[in-house]
Design a protein around this ligand. Structure first.
Ligand SMILES: Nc1ncnc2c1ncn2[C@@H]1O[C@H](COP(=O)(O)OP(=O)(O)OP(=O)(O)O)[C@@H](O)[C@H]1O
Ligand SMILES: Nc1nc(=O)c2ncn([C@H]3C[C@H](O)[C@@H](CO)O3)c2[nH]1
Length: 207
Protein backbone atom coordinates (compact mmCIF):
# COMPACT_ATOMS: atom_id res chain seq x y z
CA UNK A 1 0.00 0.00 0.00
CA UNK A 2 1.45 3.38 -1.04
CA UNK A 3 0.32 5.18 2.09
CA UNK A 4 -0.43 4.26 5.70
CA UNK A 5 -3.75 2.41 5.72
CA UNK A 6 -7.02 3.74 7.11
CA UNK A 7 -8.90 0.63 8.29
CA UNK A 8 -12.55 0.41 9.35
CA UNK A 9 -14.43 -2.46 10.97
CA UNK A 10 -18.12 -2.63 10.07
CA UNK A 11 -21.18 -4.79 10.59
CA UNK A 12 -24.64 -4.61 12.20
CA UNK A 13 -25.27 -3.98 15.90
CA UNK A 14 -23.41 -6.45 18.11
CA UNK A 15 -21.37 -7.98 15.25
CA UNK A 16 -18.16 -7.46 17.22
CA UNK A 17 -16.75 -4.30 15.58
CA UNK A 18 -15.36 -2.72 18.75
CA UNK A 19 -14.03 -6.07 19.96
CA UNK A 20 -12.20 -6.83 16.69
CA UNK A 21 -10.94 -3.26 16.17
CA UNK A 22 -9.53 -3.25 19.71
CA UNK A 23 -7.86 -6.64 19.26
CA UNK A 24 -6.31 -5.63 15.93
CA UNK A 25 -5.16 -2.27 17.31
CA UNK A 26 -3.30 -4.15 20.03
CA UNK A 27 -1.87 -6.71 17.60
CA UNK A 28 -0.58 -4.11 15.13
CA UNK A 29 0.04 -1.31 17.66
CA UNK A 30 -2.41 1.00 15.90
CA UNK A 31 -4.39 3.90 17.34
CA UNK A 32 -8.07 2.96 17.53
CA UNK A 33 -11.04 5.28 16.98
CA UNK A 34 -14.22 4.13 18.74
CA UNK A 35 -17.70 5.50 18.32
CA UNK A 36 -19.31 7.35 21.23
CA UNK A 37 -22.09 5.30 22.83
CA UNK A 38 -22.53 5.97 26.53
CA UNK A 39 -22.61 9.79 26.20
CA UNK A 40 -25.33 9.63 23.54
CA UNK A 41 -28.41 11.36 25.04
CA UNK A 42 -30.85 10.10 22.40
CA UNK A 43 -30.27 6.33 22.12
CA UNK A 44 -32.55 5.46 25.00
CA UNK A 45 -35.37 7.69 23.71
CA UNK A 46 -34.83 6.47 20.14
CA UNK A 47 -35.28 2.81 20.99
CA UNK A 48 -38.49 3.65 22.86
CA UNK A 49 -39.94 5.76 20.04
CA UNK A 50 -38.06 5.72 16.75
CA UNK A 51 -40.41 7.99 14.85
CA UNK A 52 -40.12 10.77 17.43
CA UNK A 53 -36.36 10.63 18.00
CA UNK A 54 -34.70 9.37 14.82
CA UNK A 55 -33.76 12.79 13.39
CA UNK A 56 -32.12 13.97 16.63
CA UNK A 57 -30.29 10.66 17.00
CA UNK A 58 -29.04 10.45 13.41
CA UNK A 59 -27.86 14.07 13.49
CA UNK A 60 -26.06 13.45 16.79
CA UNK A 61 -24.23 10.44 15.34
CA UNK A 62 -23.42 12.33 12.15
CA UNK A 63 -21.97 15.37 13.98
CA UNK A 64 -19.94 13.18 16.33
CA UNK A 65 -18.53 11.04 13.57
CA UNK A 66 -17.79 14.09 11.44
CA UNK A 67 -15.75 15.57 14.28
CA UNK A 68 -13.98 12.25 14.92
CA UNK A 69 -13.15 11.85 11.23
CA UNK A 70 -11.87 15.42 11.03
CA UNK A 71 -9.58 14.69 14.00
CA UNK A 72 -8.51 11.37 12.45
CA UNK A 73 -7.56 13.14 9.23
CA UNK A 74 -5.50 15.75 11.07
CA UNK A 75 -3.84 13.40 13.56
CA UNK A 76 -3.19 10.34 11.40
CA UNK A 77 -4.17 10.35 7.74
CA UNK A 78 -2.50 13.66 6.81
CA UNK A 79 0.60 12.53 8.70
CA UNK A 80 0.63 9.19 6.87
CA UNK A 81 0.07 7.22 10.07
CA UNK A 82 -2.05 4.04 10.06
CA UNK A 83 -5.28 4.00 12.05
CA UNK A 84 -8.20 1.65 12.71
CA UNK A 85 -11.77 2.69 13.43
CA UNK A 86 -14.70 0.60 14.72
CA UNK A 87 -16.99 2.13 12.09
CA UNK A 88 -17.15 3.70 8.61
CA UNK A 89 -18.93 7.07 8.47
CA UNK A 90 -21.11 5.56 5.74
CA UNK A 91 -23.05 3.78 8.48
CA UNK A 92 -24.85 7.08 9.07
CA UNK A 93 -26.50 6.63 5.72
CA UNK A 94 -27.28 2.94 6.31
CA UNK A 95 -29.17 3.81 9.50
CA UNK A 96 -30.55 7.17 8.36
CA UNK A 97 -32.10 5.79 5.18
CA UNK A 98 -33.91 3.22 7.31
CA UNK A 99 -35.01 5.22 10.37
CA UNK A 100 -35.93 8.55 8.74
CA UNK A 101 -38.90 9.33 6.55
CA UNK A 102 -39.98 11.94 4.00
CA UNK A 103 -38.39 15.38 4.01
CA UNK A 104 -36.29 14.65 7.08
CA UNK A 105 -34.68 11.75 5.26
CA UNK A 106 -34.03 13.97 2.20
CA UNK A 107 -32.51 16.72 4.34
CA UNK A 108 -30.39 14.27 6.29
CA UNK A 109 -29.07 12.63 3.10
CA UNK A 110 -28.14 16.05 1.74
CA UNK A 111 -26.34 17.06 4.95
CA UNK A 112 -24.53 13.71 5.02
CA UNK A 113 -23.15 14.25 1.52
CA UNK A 114 -22.22 17.90 2.13
CA UNK A 115 -20.28 16.92 5.25
CA UNK A 116 -18.60 13.73 4.11
CA UNK A 117 -18.14 13.59 0.33
CA UNK A 118 -14.73 15.29 0.37
CA UNK A 119 -13.36 13.35 3.36
CA UNK A 120 -11.02 10.35 3.05
CA UNK A 121 -12.60 6.91 2.84
CA UNK A 122 -11.11 3.81 4.49
CA UNK A 123 -8.67 1.79 2.38
CA UNK A 124 -9.77 -1.47 4.00
CA UNK A 125 -13.15 -2.45 5.46
CA UNK A 126 -13.43 -5.57 7.60
CA UNK A 127 -17.13 -6.37 7.28
CA UNK A 128 -18.43 -8.75 9.95
CA UNK A 129 -21.62 -10.51 8.87
CA UNK A 130 -23.67 -12.54 11.31
CA UNK A 131 -27.19 -13.92 11.35
CA UNK A 132 -30.10 -12.69 13.43
CA UNK A 133 -29.82 -15.30 16.20
CA UNK A 134 -26.12 -14.65 16.74
CA UNK A 135 -26.58 -10.88 16.87
CA UNK A 136 -29.63 -10.95 19.16
CA UNK A 137 -27.77 -13.30 21.54
CA UNK A 138 -24.72 -11.01 21.65
CA UNK A 139 -26.81 -7.89 22.21
CA UNK A 140 -28.64 -9.65 25.07
CA UNK A 141 -25.37 -10.90 26.57
CA UNK A 142 -23.82 -7.43 26.44
CA UNK A 143 -26.85 -6.21 28.36
CA UNK A 144 -27.05 -2.48 27.52
CA UNK A 145 -30.43 -1.55 29.08
CA UNK A 146 -31.57 0.67 26.18
CA UNK A 147 -30.96 -2.15 23.67
CA UNK A 148 -33.59 -4.36 25.32
CA UNK A 149 -36.11 -2.58 23.06
CA UNK A 150 -34.37 -3.68 19.83
CA UNK A 151 -36.78 -5.86 17.87
CA UNK A 152 -35.76 -8.84 15.72
CA UNK A 153 -37.53 -7.15 12.77
CA UNK A 154 -35.37 -4.02 13.09
CA UNK A 155 -32.23 -6.17 13.32
CA UNK A 156 -33.18 -8.34 10.35
CA UNK A 157 -33.77 -5.23 8.26
CA UNK A 158 -30.40 -3.86 9.35
CA UNK A 159 -28.63 -7.10 8.41
CA UNK A 160 -30.09 -6.79 4.90
CA UNK A 161 -29.34 -3.05 4.70
CA UNK A 162 -25.71 -3.73 5.60
CA UNK A 163 -25.38 -6.37 2.88
CA UNK A 164 -26.86 -3.96 0.32
CA UNK A 165 -24.67 -1.10 1.52
CA UNK A 166 -21.44 -3.13 1.31
CA UNK A 167 -22.36 -4.28 -2.19
CA UNK A 168 -23.02 -0.69 -3.23
CA UNK A 169 -19.78 0.57 -1.62
CA UNK A 170 -17.84 -2.06 -3.57
CA UNK A 171 -19.18 -0.51 -6.79
CA UNK A 172 -18.96 3.17 -5.81
CA UNK A 173 -15.58 3.01 -4.06
CA UNK A 174 -13.64 0.39 -6.00
CA UNK A 175 -10.34 1.38 -4.38
CA UNK A 176 -11.64 0.23 -0.98
CA UNK A 177 -10.86 -3.41 -0.20
CA UNK A 178 -13.78 -5.09 1.58
CA UNK A 179 -12.96 -8.26 3.53
CA UNK A 180 -16.08 -10.11 4.62
CA UNK A 181 -15.81 -12.06 7.87
CA UNK A 182 -18.40 -14.72 8.62
CA UNK A 183 -19.17 -13.92 12.24
CA UNK A 184 -21.23 -17.10 12.68
CA UNK A 185 -18.38 -19.41 11.75
CA UNK A 186 -15.30 -17.38 12.65
CA UNK A 187 -14.89 -16.66 16.34
CA UNK A 188 -12.01 -14.22 16.75
CA UNK A 189 -12.77 -13.88 20.49
CA UNK A 190 -12.63 -17.51 21.61
CA UNK A 191 -10.49 -19.03 18.87
CA UNK A 192 -6.88 -17.85 18.57
CA UNK A 193 -6.45 -19.42 15.13
CA UNK A 194 -9.42 -17.48 13.79
CA UNK A 195 -7.95 -14.23 15.05
CA UNK A 196 -4.53 -15.15 13.64
CA UNK A 197 -6.08 -15.77 10.21
CA UNK A 198 -7.75 -12.34 10.20
CA UNK A 199 -4.51 -10.69 11.35
CA UNK A 200 -2.50 -12.45 8.64
CA UNK A 201 -4.94 -11.33 5.96
CA UNK A 202 -4.85 -7.75 7.21
CA UNK A 203 -1.04 -7.79 7.36
CA UNK A 204 -0.92 -8.79 3.68
CA UNK A 205 -3.32 -6.02 2.71
CA UNK A 206 -1.34 -3.42 4.66
CA UNK A 207 1.92 -4.15 2.76
N1 LIG B 1 -16.83 -13.53 18.01
C1 LIG B 1 -17.47 -13.33 19.16
N2 LIG B 1 -17.79 -14.38 19.94
C2 LIG B 1 -18.44 -14.20 21.10
N3 LIG B 1 -18.81 -12.99 21.59
C3 LIG B 1 -18.51 -11.94 20.86
C4 LIG B 1 -17.82 -12.04 19.62
N4 LIG B 1 -17.68 -10.79 19.10
C5 LIG B 1 -18.24 -9.97 20.01
N5 LIG B 1 -18.71 -10.65 21.06
C6 LIG B 1 -19.44 -10.08 22.21
O1 LIG B 1 -20.64 -9.53 21.66
C7 LIG B 1 -20.92 -8.27 22.22
C8 LIG B 1 -20.93 -7.21 21.13
O2 LIG B 1 -19.61 -6.97 20.68
P1 LIG B 1 -19.13 -5.50 20.31
O3 LIG B 1 -19.52 -4.54 21.38
O4 LIG B 1 -17.70 -5.61 19.92
O5 LIG B 1 -20.04 -5.28 19.01
P2 LIG B 1 -20.20 -3.99 18.10
O6 LIG B 1 -20.34 -4.50 16.70
O7 LIG B 1 -19.09 -3.04 18.34
O8 LIG B 1 -21.58 -3.41 18.62
P3 LIG B 1 -22.30 -1.99 18.36
O9 LIG B 1 -22.84 -2.02 16.99
O10 LIG B 1 -23.39 -1.95 19.35
O11 LIG B 1 -21.29 -0.92 18.57
C9 LIG B 1 -19.86 -8.03 23.30
O12 LIG B 1 -20.41 -8.46 24.52
C10 LIG B 1 -18.70 -8.92 22.86
O13 LIG B 1 -17.92 -9.34 23.95
N1 LIG C 1 -30.14 4.79 14.50
C1 LIG C 1 -28.83 4.66 14.60
N2 LIG C 1 -28.03 5.35 13.76
C2 LIG C 1 -26.67 5.22 13.78
O1 LIG C 1 -25.95 5.87 12.99
C3 LIG C 1 -26.13 4.36 14.77
N3 LIG C 1 -24.87 4.02 15.11
C4 LIG C 1 -24.95 3.18 16.15
N4 LIG C 1 -26.24 3.00 16.49
C5 LIG C 1 -26.72 2.23 17.66
C6 LIG C 1 -26.52 0.76 17.58
C7 LIG C 1 -26.22 0.39 19.00
O2 LIG C 1 -27.44 0.22 19.72
C8 LIG C 1 -25.52 1.60 19.56
C9 LIG C 1 -24.00 1.51 19.59
O3 LIG C 1 -23.48 1.22 18.34
O4 LIG C 1 -25.93 2.69 18.77
C10 LIG C 1 -27.00 3.70 15.65
N5 LIG C 1 -28.35 3.85 15.57
Amino acid sequence: MKHAPFIAVEGPIGAGKTTLATMLAEEFQLPVIKEIVEENPYLDKFYQNMDDWSFQLEMFFLCNRYKQLEDTVNEYINKDKPVISDYHIYKNLIFGERTLKGTKRDKYREIYHVLTDDLPKPDIILYIRADLDTLMARIAKRGRPFEEEISPAYMQQLIEDYDDAMASLAVREPSTVIVTIDGNQIDFVENKEDFAAISAQLKELMK
